[in-house]
Design a protein around this ligand. Sequence first.
Ligand code: NAD
Ligand code: DAU
Length: 331
Amino acid sequence: MRVLVTGGAGFIGANFVHQTVRERPDAEVTVLDALTYAGDRGSLAPVADRVTLVEGSITDGPLVDRLVGESDLVVHFAAESHNDNSLDDPSPFVQTNLVGTFTLLEAVRKHGVRFHHISTDEVYGDLELDDPAKFTPSTPYNPSSPYSSTKAGSDLLVRAWVRSFGVQATISNCSNNYGPYQHVEKFIPRQITNLIDGGRPKLYGAGLNVRDWIHVEDHNSAVWAIVEKGRIGETYLIGADGEKNNLEVVQTLLEIFGRDPGDFEHVNDRPGHDLRYAIDASKLRDELGWAPRYTDFRSGLEATVEWYRANEAWWRPAKAAVEAKYAAQGQ
Ligand code: NAD
Ligand code: DAU
């Protein structure tokens, strides 16, 4: 099977490529990635002999048309993915997340290629902290940020291309991922690398916002389950019942590093900061028989800390610039 992975040099896409190469010897993998600040050739180095990396944008119509025409399956991870950046400059989010997804949809429509669209639980907005409800596939879309609104728009494009043009597509909306190869701008790697450097974790606001953590390997095994067994036109929510508030995550990290549980800083909050995300993944579990393997958050976090300790050469080049940008915003 010829698989085109967009955004395969980013965090989740690179882990998807590693998992695919490891578990599917018959897969011929091509990665299309613009290698923005978030993409790293080095994330594919361990599988370089099994993967063709094409440096280019999903907004490049002729390039996308050619690569899609040479594929049996497209798994679409490429995106501008960071909420804080989208508040600073929404423009690349509109280009990549909306125009890029549109460009891919036109190509899979023309060539009749199976398409899986990777999306986020943030399209549903947020939940109250004390609300027992979780997001389900019928929760109304209500995105808060430029990032999540462009992801919501991209989901709607996929739905329309399925209905109007018969495109063979599925969509998944996943909660917050953690694991190896995640950019140091994101919450967990930022705190791990601060701690490795002897610094203090930085919590936005009071630290009570809740995220529903899932290990990236579990996200990607769910994506394969949907590609292989999911019903065309359906949306599947991916989550592993991992709700934690940000303060709890920071205190677990401090414990892993043998530091005092109060040794963190409160910094400026994110404007429009979503309160809580929580996923009801029962459709995925019941219909497709998927289950997560990384059910113990603390040991998943310990393994992630070990990965960042062992792979300083991978993250160090980005660290100073990320911290300078946050410092300028009081974060
Ligand atoms: P990331 O920022 O780490 O990686 C994004 C990748 O896309 C990078 O390699 C980047 O170079 C590439 N890219 C950006 N613009 C491009 C363009 N125009 N053309 C081609 N490539 C381009 O993101 P991530 O965290 O790995 O997220 C991957 C996908 O998963 C995104 O669609 C995101 O919305 C979704 N998602 C992420 C999470 C999470 O917790 N990180 C959770 C749910 C869904
Ligand atoms: O829910 C899925 C989404 O998860 C994905 O769609 C996004 O691509 C991904 O970036 C992530 O979005 P978040 O905004 O939830 O992730 P982030 O890592 O930026 O922040 C997680 C939480 O931690 C959030 O409540 C903000 C907070 N935070 C973040 C940083 C960087 C801090 O308290 N301190 C920090 O230094």
